[in-house]
Design a protein around this ligand. Structure first.
Ligand SMILES: O=c1ccn([C@@H]2O[C@H](COP(=O)(O)O)[C@@H](O)[C@H]2O)c(=O)[nH]1
Length: 242
């Protein structure tokens, strides 16, 4: 797969028009984009159809988390939209993830989309994990447990931070995908993200795909920012011993 197809741009905008304007500014026809809750819930399924008909690859990031029967039925319907990647929350448990995979397989017209499970959001840090969620375990232990559960439940990979990617692969399989948001170019504000890495770090740490939103979309020149992310991702000068 070409390196550009491993950079997923998070289109966190409210409307179809804003999305089209942003794509014009980024100016990378056919790149990989992510549709999240903001865009999908306000504009509906047509958003995915439009992007697909224009040749974009689409990660539909709705993070389903409900009882297994509901997730099965929702996934069966979503599979028909033709997204390339879709996700659920691993916290929904093994039965829910199996139901998601089954629904996707039954609904897909041609080839099941990549199905991922979110381990712990990249906006969560150890303090929040312990004090708010009452999970009194080290973050990487919690994440590898969720990832192992996702692996044995038929998921194709997980959403995690770059910092957990290698440990997850060691415990599951090198082919089990690590899709990592929380990516920032040096000097960019982390904002609400806690477990952050640069594109070069993510590459060295074993990420298969990086998800990048504001470092591109909030930049004065999104096309130039996209180039910078892609160059950094391709650079590989950063090593885990830095
Ligand atoms: O753990 C997660 C899961 C999903 N996301 C999503 O990725 C992008 C990141 O946007 P930035 O602007 O680059 O921070 C956003 O759409 C999130 O919903 C995540 O950040 N962490």
């Amino acid at each position: 797969m070409n390196e550009e197809k491993k950079l997923i741009v998070a289109l966190d905008v409210a409307s179809n028009d804003e999305m089209l304007q942003m794509l014009k500014k980024i100016h990378r026809p056919g790149c990989y984009v992510k549709v999240g809750m903001e865009l999908y819930l306000q504009n509906g399924a047509d958003i995915v159809r439009i992007l697909k008909s224009e040749g974009y690859s689409v990660f539909l990031d709705l993070k389903l988390h409900d009882i297994p029967h509901t997730v099965y039925r929702a996934m069966k319907g979503l599979a028909r939209l033709g997204a390339d990647m879709i996700n659920v929350h691993a916290a929904g448990g093994a039965e829910m993830m199996r139901a998601a995979a089954e629904g996707l397989g039954e609904g897909a017209r041609s080839g099941r989309p990549i199905c991922l499970a979110v381990t712990q959001l990249t906006s969560t840090d150890q303090t929040m994990l312990e004090n708010e969620l009452l999970i009194k375990r080290p973050m990487d232990e919690v994440i590898t447990q969720y990832a192992s559960l996702a692996y044995s439940s038929g998921m194709d990979g997980v959403v995690c931070s770059a910092w957990e990617a290698q440990k997850i692969k060691n415990q599951t399989s090198p082919e089990f995908l690590a899709v990592t948001p929380g990516i920032r170019l040096t000097d960019d504000d982390a904002g609400d993200q806690k477990r952050v890495a640069s594109p070069a770090q993510a590459r060295a740490l074993g990420s298969d795909f990086i998800v990048v939103g504001r470092s591109i979309t909030a930049a004065p020149d999104p096309a130039q920012a996209y180039e910078r992310v892609l160059n950094d991702w391709g650079k590989q000068t950063w090593t885990t011993t830095n």
